[in-house]
Structure formats: structure tokens, C-alpha cells
Ligand binder design. Structure first.
Ligand SMILES: Nc1nc2c(c(=O)[nH]1)N[C@H]1C(S)=C(S)[C@@H](COP(=O)(O)O)O[C@H]1N2
Ligand SMILES: [Mo]
Length: 567
């Protein structure tokens, strides 16, 4: 069985939204496992200075980090079988009249080894069960099971390898002529019609506004989450901002400074910070299992770690004549440019003490992983306040000002707050709770995905995942268990190069642990992290349930199965 997340991808592929020119290098290795891949800064080929697409050069990181994605596996096969591309006299993925035609529904039924694992490429249907069976790392292939492998194909640049597609043709079993669902597009008067194209690898939890997370399996691949794989959390339509007309207003008590994009880029020292952005609703789906909550049904991937670059808050405020130290005001407010139907904009604020202590770490960012920030993530400018909840990382940043009051925005005052589990919609008083800022310690197992069937008779399993805590509190330990939390083993933490007292980035980890003897069938894998303040994750989600399903950071538990060895 593959995870339901993976299953959902199948229904999301849309060629309409994914027609980018993929220009990543055809470099990958069937065995290399690069961790902490540094993103090359590249010429990003944007037109009129606009970051039109999430530039695909970031895929390079993924390409290098890929172990056994679809293409890499096929490449491996190519090398072993020494088949010649020239043997085919038709285009890979084209209709082959002598083969049967299948529907998308037929293909989507083939996601498991038992049912057979089918994938599509253009008009081709392929049965890749043979590949996946017994091939280590086959889990990534399974992301495409029952649907199109094109997104993965494109992502890892494998399509540029001549011959690979021809090799895939030996697994060809049929044709498909249907267009994938969702390729119709929105009508022009829909406020979301002008939203940007998105990677079909992302798994949407809502389409308008657009909200989506990547398969968690891909998160543990890269220290810096590639832009195209970074979760998207929008409350409103994505504004379409002309960079030549963009301006940031910084309102002081005496004057208002107006900065344009080139002023921000050229007028201030560029500061980079590797920092996590995580939605307070990350892992909400586990809370929903206890009792329903209001909110998007996020899995464990509403989190990403990127390198953000721009001017520091301190420099921008000083330039604008704002005296952060001397002011009597209590809050620093940020406003975006995305508007609701009544014209109200998205906004957030932070307490003045936080602005003071983080003034050289808060970035008025115009770059994400060395590229202009993609439209979905705030093009051209967003604020990054390291160590605190995603909701305050205002995208499409338009205004900064001091105030006696918190931001009046709905998402500051009437949302993103915590409550105990006896509070529900009939008795909630939002004014009685504090707006979420620094987040609690969290971790998750990304690999293997929930429901993975391990190799027959496996006596150990390798786990990979992330851990992070708010407020710059570094991760000092991650514990993993293969018996539901009775016994634990330390995971190996990958260094993130940050001080444990100013750790804005996440910590990726890996552990290989024995599967308890005689434990054929279901195995419960668990992880939990400890931060430098010795904060730990709660053992169960029951005690932290809340009506909005935020701060869901209990021990992360997933089930995998181990078939008994037949020998
Ligand atoms: N202007 C604006 N900023 C915003 C939002 C938004 O809807 N509008 N969503 C917030 C929330 S709730 C989160 S979790 C993060 C998500 O950032 P991302 O989409 O870049 O991952 O952006 C925050 N900033
Ligand atoms: Mo969020």
C-alpha cells in the first residue's frame, strides 16, 4: 500500500499548469544520496525581471539528491540491459494502435504490488510492478503509482537522457487518451484565474485559495526545500505585482518612506538566513482523527526550509527614520497586497520586543533559494521572521508600521490561537488567547511513507525526517522507535551549521533501527525530538486537540508492514 497522500497526487496532474521549460541538468546518480545539497545560484532567466515560474533550476538540488526516482531507476535499468534506443520506431508515449486503451480510472486502480503498479507518460500506460518489486528505494516510484509520472520525470531532468523513455517502452501495456482532470482551467471572471502555475507534485488541500503540500517523502531529501516543492498556504487570490510598480511603505511617526524593489536590492546590505516556514496547521490531519476541527487537512509537509535573502528589518527601519529602541508603541505591523472580497488585506503583527531582539535576523526578503521569490510565496517581497509561525511571514509585503494595537487582521485576532480541548465553537473567546508566535518543538518521519510495505523479511528499517523548534531553539536529540514507543534509539542529526540558540533552520535526521523480532505484519514507527531547552513533544494528540487543529506536534507515529519471509 502506498500512502493516501501519494494517491492524491494522481488526480492533480494538469498539463495546463505545468508547461515550464525544464532546464535542469540531466545529472543524477542511481546511488548517490546527497544531503545538504547547496543550491547553485543561477541565471534565472526571468522576463521583465519577473519570476514568472518557479524556476526549475532549483530542481538541480533534487536531481542531485535523488536516489531512485522513476527516471533514475529506468536509467539504472538502461545501463544494465544495454538496450539501444534505436530499436524503437515510434515516439515514446505516443499511441500504439496494437495495444488496448485504458481510462484514468483503470490506471488509478493500479497502485499496489497486488493490483500491479501502473503509471502513465503522455499517451502511454506502463506496468512497472517488476521494477518496484524488490528494488530498494522503490518508494519514490510509488509516488507516481496509478497516475502520471511526468511531474517526477520533469523534476529530476531525466527526460533529457536520450534512451530512457525508449527503455520505459518495454513496460508499455496500453494507451490512454483521456485528459487529466483539472486541465480545464478557471473562467476568466474567477478571482483565482490569474493564480500562477504550480508543480503537479504538490498535493492540494484546497484549490481556490490554493493550498498544497509536497509528498513528505521528498522533504527529507534536501536541507533547502526546492521552491517548487515548498508548501503553499494562501488565504486569498495571488496578487499579480508588476515589479516596476512595486513599493513598500514604511510609516514612521514623522514621515512615510517609500522603497521600490531596486532600492531594496541596491540600497541595503544583503542578508541571507536559512529558516523554516511552517504553518500552525502542519500535521492537523492527525488531530482530525480524534475529533473534527476547522481547517485544511494538512499532512506532515506544511513546512519547508529555505534560504531567504533581502534587507534586514533594522536597516529598513533605520533608513525610514523609525526608532525601534526608543518607541513607546507595542507592535510592529506588516500588511500584504492580497485582498479579500471587501477589500481588506492579509496582515500580521509581532510584539515590539520581538522586533527589537530579532531586528538583524528579520529579513525583508526578495529572494528564496537564490531566486526571486516565486509568486505563490510572496513575489516580489515578503517578510521572514525566523522562528515563528508561518502566519506572520507576510507575503506580497506592502506596508510596515508601528502601532499601539496588534494587527486588526482576522488571522491575527480571530485565528491562529491555541485553546484547550474543552473549548469548541460554542464557547470560544478568541480575545482570551494569545496569538501564536514561536512554535513548539516538532518532528516527523518522512521516509518511509505511511503504509509502506517493507521488503519481505526485513529485520531493520531506515527512517528519515525533519525536526525543528520555534524561537531559534536548536534540536539536540531525535528519538526513534520501531515498537510504538516502548524502546528508543537516537537518530543521527545532520548538522545545519547554526548555533543551537539561534537555529532558524530545521535539522534533518536519519536512523536505521531493528524491527522487533518476530514482528511480521504491522509495525509502528515513532519519532520525537528534543530542543535545546529540553522541550519535548507530547506523546499523544488527545491532550493537545484544539478546535482549529493548530500546534499538532505529538510524537509522529506511522504504520508500515513487514511481510513474513517465505524462506
Ligand atoms: N499576504 C499573505 N501572507 C501570508 C499568507 C497569506 O495568505 N497572505 N499566509 C500565511 C500563512 S498562514 C502561512 S503558513 C505562510 C505560508 O507561506 P508559503 O505559502 O510561502 O509556504 O504565509 C503566511 N503569509
Ligand atoms: Mo499558516
Amino acid at each position: 500500500m502506498i500512502s493516501t497522500n501519494s494517491g492524491r497526487i494522481l488526480h492533480t496532474f494538469s498539463s495546463r499548469v505545468w508547461n515550464h521549460q525544464h532546464r535542469c541538468l540531466p545529472v543524477f546518480s542511481a546511488s548517490c544520496r546527497c544531503r545538504h545539497v547547496r543550491l547553485a545560484s543561477t541565471d534565472h532567466g526571468s522576463r521583465d525581471g519577473r519570476n514568472e515560474t518557479n524556476n526549475t533550476n532549483t530542481f538541480l538540488a533534487s536531481a542531485l539528491g535523488a536516489t531512485c526516482v522513476v527516471g533514475a531507476t529506468l536509467y539504472w535499468k538502461l545501463r544494465h540491459d544495454k538496450l539501444q534506443a534505436a530499436e524503437l520506431d515510434y515516439e515514446p508515449g505516443s499511441i500504439r494502435p496494437n495495444l488496448p486503451t485504458y481510462s484514468l480510472a483503470d490506471v488509478s486502480k493500479h497502485k499496489t504490488k497486488d493490483a500491479g503498479i501502473w503509471v502513465t507518460y503522455k499517451n502511454g500506460v506502463y506496468d512497472i510492478t517488476e521494477y518496484v518489486t524488490g528494488h530498494p528505494g522503490g518508494s519514490k516510484i510509488l509516488l507516481a503509482a496509478g497516475g502520471s509520472m511526468e511531474p517526477y520525470w520533469n523534476m529530476y531532468g531525466v527526460h533529457k537522457q536520450s534512451g530512457i523513455l525508449q527503455i520505459a517502452e518495454q513496460y508499455r501495456i496500453g494507451n490512454i487518451v483521456e485528459k487529466p482532470a483539472g486541465s480545464e482551467g478557471l473562467s476568466a471572471d474567477n478571482p483565482y484565474a490569474n493564480d500562477p502555475p504550480r508543480s503537479p507534485i504538490l498535493i492540494p488541500s484546497s484549490r481556490a485559495p490554493f493550498n498544497a503540500e509536497p509528498p513528505a517523502l521528498l522533504l527529507a531529501e534536501n536541507f533547502l526545500t526546492p521552491n517548487d516543492l515548498f508548501y503553499i498556504r494562501n488565504h486569498l487570490p495571488v496578487p499579480d505585482i508588476d515589479p516596476r510598480k512595486y513599493s513598500l511603505e514604511v510609516q514612521g511617526s514623522q514621515k512615510t518612506a517609500v522603497l521600490d524593489l531596486s532600492g531594496l536590492r541596491k540600497g541595503f546590505k544583503k542578508k541571507s538566513v536559512a529558516a523554516v516556514v511552517m504553518c500552525a496547521g502542519n500535521r492537523r490531519s492527525e488531530m482530525v482523527r480524534i475529533k473534527s476541527v476547522k481547517g485544511l487537512n494538512w499532512g506532515a509537509a506544511a513546512i519547508g526550509n529555505a534560504n531567504w535573502a533581502g534587507a534586514t528589518l533594522n536597516d529598513v527601519l533605520k533608513h525610514s527614520g523609525i526608532d525601534l529602541e526608543g518607541t513607546e508603541k507595542k507592535h510592529l505591523v506588516f500588511e500584504g497586497m492580497d485582498k479579500g472580497p471587501e477589500g481588506s488585506v492579509y496582515g500580521a503583527s509581532i510584539p515590539i520586543e520581538m522586533a527589537r531582539s530579532l531586528k538583524d535576523e528579520i529579513v525583508i526578503a526578495y529572494e528564496m533559494n537564490g531566486e526571486p521569490i516565486p509568486r505563490d510565496h510572496g513575489y516580489p517581497v515578503r517578510v521572514i521572521i525566523p522562528g515563528i509561525v508561518g502566519a506572520r511571514q507576510v507575503k506580497w509585503l506592502n506596508k510596515i508600521y508601528l502601532s499601539d494595537e496588534e494587527s486588526e487582521c482576522h488571522w491575527q485576532r480571530r485565528d491562529y490561537k491555541g485553546f484547550n480541548s474543552s473549548i469548541d465553537w460554542h464557547n470560544v473567546d478568541f480575545d482570551s488567547s494569545v496569538a501564536i508566535m514561536q512554535l513548539p518543538v516538532i518532528s516527523a518521519i518522512c521516509d518511509p511513507p505511511e503504509g509502506t510495505e517493507l521488503e519481505e523479511g526485513s529485520d531493520e528499517v531506515t527512517l528519515r525526517g525533519y525536526a525543528w523548534s520555534g524561537g531559534g531553539r536548536g534540536i539536540v536529540r531525535v528519538d526513534v522507535s520501531a515498537d510504538g514507543g516502548k524502546t528508543w534509539q537516537n537518530a543521527e542529526l545532520k548538522p545545519n551549521g547554526q548555533s543551537p540558540y539561534r537555529a532558524w533552520a530545521w535539522t534533518l535526521w536519519e536512523a536505521t533501527i531493528p524491527i522487533p523480532e518476530g514482528k511480521a505484519g504491522d509495525v509502528e514507527l515513532v519519532c520525537k525530538a528534543v530542543d535545546v531547552s529540553y522541550n519535548v513533544q507530547p506523546d499523544s494528540v488527545e491532550g493537545i486537540w484544539n478546535l482549529r487543529g493548530v500546534l499538532s506536534n505529538a510524537w509522529h507515529r506511522i504504520k508500515v508492514t513487514v511481510p513474513p519471509s517465505s524462506g
